[in-house]
Design a protein around this ligand. Sequence first.
Ligand code: ZN
Length: 237
Amino acid sequence: MHRNALVLFSGGQDSTTCLAHALSQYERVETLAFDYRQRHHVELEARLNVLQHIKTTFPQWAHKLGEDHLLDLAVLGQVSETSLTRDMVFKMEASGLPNTFVPGRNLLFLTLAAALAYRRDLDVIVTGVCETDFSGYPDCRDDTMKAMQIALSLGMDRRLLIETPLMWIDKAQTWQLAHDLGERAQTGGGDALVQLIVEQTHTCYLGDRTHRHDWGYGCGTCPACDLRAKGWVRWQG
Ligand code: ZN
């Protein structure tokens, strides 16, 4: 019986939905993010705002929300040159992967998350990876997650569950999932959680918080905004 979870929580739409999932499922939930010198610190700021708003909007979740962790992963900037950490234009590489791809990044994230979970006595790691997503990052695949679950459980000699609530759903369904989770928590909570995600979460690669759309803030044209916007339109449709 799993009771406690650690959520990989970046402050975006996906990880906020994962956080709501964990809060609806587990008794104690802690959150984790990595600072790898993202070009834009708005995501790290957004995540603190999301946590604060979740506590005030969903009192029955507030007492479950435990410690928030931020790990310094500046070393990632030394091993990779991508448009996420350097001032480069987002584009698709010849490999078919976008240049936001940091090889093995999620493997590193999960290993550190597992070490933290071990120390904090948390037995589930929740992450918003998704195979339905446009980018097709190989370290977000379901098989990669299952292999990591086995490797980490063996390597730490403790049974660890890696949970991926978004693995097989698209962005429209992610909006719906957030609505369902909010509604299940309290009457009217569906709209409240969607509104919270629209207002407080951050997805835009360019760190744009000046342009407000129906689906939230962002430049509106980068691949992350595009995905979020299209999902919103399909969900609203
Ligand atoms: Zn954008």
